[in-house]
Design a protein around this ligand. Structure first.
Ligand code: FAD
Length: 290
């Protein structure tokens, strides 16, 4: 049973931040409510005040700027999935959204709510880490930016200070000859990932050497993580199947899976060994065509 609370629906970001500053610890942000309401119903969270930002249109946008794509926090998954500019400039993001939950969930759930919920099995954070995205958060003291990989801290824990809101995600313009891919493994279609991998590969001009690579893992640690040691296996080399296999094995040692009803720790590590080579190979193929 949900405990009584007072509901605020601010019209502007400024108003929302003032409410968060005023009510502090007793207060929770709600956007789509798809994750928060479950926690409230289970009695795991019982805020006295709720600041509802779903109606904040100033955070509902997709912009194609000089420094990359900018997505406002209240933008729904479905809007991102269907966006022509996302499909053109960052197809991996649209592909990821298509695999996230059902259309009903994507129609109402927001990108900001998803990232801030901090579910280690959430899809977007993994892709944002691989794409080297930057998150912008705002609070009473102003704005700050951080790399996506620094935002996911632990099991359902993200790097938001009290009174802060996530406002925007920026995906930088990729260097030439860059390709990205995302693979989600789940047992039930439209369910959360049992394991997921996102990879971005940048090739050097002409020589086919891997100039840069970013590999991110989901659902195989208490938070979405970057597999830096696996990246080192590939960086500066011509990627071969043998190197991809090695990268998968190294990534499996970087994972720290939490066993649950979907899969054991061992099974998840095995998935990493398979999904890292598969996803990175797809990113490589796309980089060759970019
Ligand atoms: C049936 C079902 C299936 C799902 N399957 C998947 C899946 O396959 N993959 C996946 O990734 N997700 C999945 N989800 C999660 C779903 O995508 C998220 O619930 C949704 O994206 C969260 O967004 P929301 O707007 O509903 O957030 P809310 O529930 O409103 O908020 C979630 C959390 O984020 C905080 N918050 C919200 N917005 C902000 C903000 N801008 N700044 C700071 N804090 C904020 C809230 O305080 C709360 O702690 C599923 C959910 C359901 C109900």
């Amino acid at each position: 049973m949900i405990k009584d609370f007072e509901h605020f629906a601010p019209k502007t970001l400024k108003e929302a931040l003032a409410l968060l500053a005023k009510y502090g610890d007793d207060c929770k942000v709600i956007c789509g409510g798809q994750s928060l309401l479950i926690l409230m119903r289970q009695g795991l969270v019982a805020p006295k005040y709720i600041v509802d930002i779903k109606g904040l249109d100033e955070l509902n946008y997709i912009k194609d700027g000089k420094d990359g794509l900018k997505i406002g926090a209240t933008t729904t998954h479905r809007t991102i999935e269907k966006s022509a500019v996302i499909k053109k400039k960052c197809p991996v993001l649209a592909e990821m959204e298509k695999r996230l939950a059902s259309i009903q969930t994507r129609n109402w759930g927001t990108i900001g709510g998803n990232i801030c919920h901090g579910d280690p099995a959430g899809d977007p954070a993994v892709v944002f880490i691989a794409l080297n995205a930057t998150l912008t958060v705002a609070g009473a003291k102003g704005e700050r930016n951080m790399p996506a990989e620094d935002f996911t801290l632990d099991y359902f824990e993200v790097a938001l200070e009290d009174g802060e809101l996530l406002t925007e995600i920026t995906i930088p313009v990729p260097p030439p000859r860059t390709g990205a891919a995302y693979t989600k493994f789940n047992l039930i279609e439209s369910d959360l990932a049992t394991a997921s991998v996102a990879a971005s590969v940048t090739l050097g001009s002409g020589d086919g050497v891997c100039q840069d690579v970013r590999i991110a893992l989901g659902a195989v640690a208490p938070a979405a993580i970057r597999a830096k040691k696996a990246e080192e296996v590939l960086k500066g080399k011509k990627i071969t199947d043998a190197l991809l296999k090695e990268a998968g094995e190294v990534a499996a040692t970087e994972a720290a899976p939490v066993p649950d009803i979907s899969a054991s720790e061992e099974y998840r590590r095995e998935l990493v060994k398979v999904l890292v080579p598969r996803t990175t190979k797809e990113a490589l193929a796309r980089a060759k065509k970019a």
